[in-house]
Design a protein around this ligand. Structure first.
Ligand SMILES: C[S@@+](CC[C@H](N)C(=O)[O-])C[C@H]1O[C@@H](n2cnc3c(N)ncnc32)[C@H](O)[C@@H]1O
Length: 201
């Protein structure tokens, strides 16, 4: 539990422009229930409801003070009937209602299996900076990757890298790009383990 609490990061991370970009990329609409896994002050949920008209949004936030700020902002905006803020660890949350999900945290070893088992068919998961290792995204607009559920997995590392970087590149070149990315701080140990597990490289 609370695996990311030591790196809380800022309360609001994405700019409004990026929030719109990721929701547009996922095709969020009035038919959807949007979940933000690690919602900070809940700004993505507000944009999803107000600008994209999703029927419901759920922001999950482990930090009590942030969850409280998110909930009072939702109340101030008069959106309490459409937005729920859950003060809990999203790795233990019930996600069955979600049709569009966003998570800005990098992939952990157990994530893929969990989401494959828990998410409903037809839902879309938006990740930041990288798709899950071995999952072919259905849409890419860097830094966002949309992965449709059920996930489309590939064991072909070159095909996957060409989706990730939008160009043909070797595994070494992929590491070089990730290592020199000024914004993306990834856990190389976890990433190497996932590459080994999914591609054997
Ligand atoms: C960088 S903020 C991003 C906020 C918002 N999603 C955005 O993009 O503007 C990430 C949030 O995730 C929360 N968080 C980290 N691990 C979590 C967990 N396991 N469960 C719920 N929230 C978590 C942190 O407290 C932090 O507020």
């Amino acid at each position: 539990m609370a695996r990311i609490m030591q790196h809380l990061g800022p309360e609001d991370y994405q700019s409004k422009r990026h929030i719109r970009k990721l929701l547009r990329l996922a095709g969020a609409s009035k038919r959807d229930v949007f979940f933000d896994l690690g919602c900070g002050r809940g700004q993505l949920c507000v944009v999803a409801v107000v600008e994209f008209g999703v029927k419901k949004a759920v922001g999950i936030e482990l930090h009590k003070g942030r969850a409280e700020k998110a909930a009072s902002e939702v109340q101030r905006l008069g959106l309490s009937d459409r937005i729920e803020i859950w003060n809990e660890d999203y790795t233990e949350s019930d996600l069955h209602e979600a049709t569009v999900l966003y998570c800005g945290h990098s992939e952990e070893v157990e994530d893929l299996e969990r989401y494959e088992n828990e998410l409903r068919s037809g839902s879309r998961f938006v990740s930041l900076f990288l798709p899950f290792v071995g999952v072919v995204p259905s849409a890419v607009d860097y830094p966002f990757y949309v992965m449709d559920v059920p996930f489309r997995n590939t064991g072909d590392v070159s095909a996957w890298i060409s989706k990730v970087l939008s160009r043909k590149a070797s595994v070494g070149e992929l590491y070089e790009e990730l290592d020199t990315d000024r914004e993306y701080r990834y856990d190389k140990r976890v990433f190497r383990r996932l590459m080994k597990q999914r591609f054997g490289v």
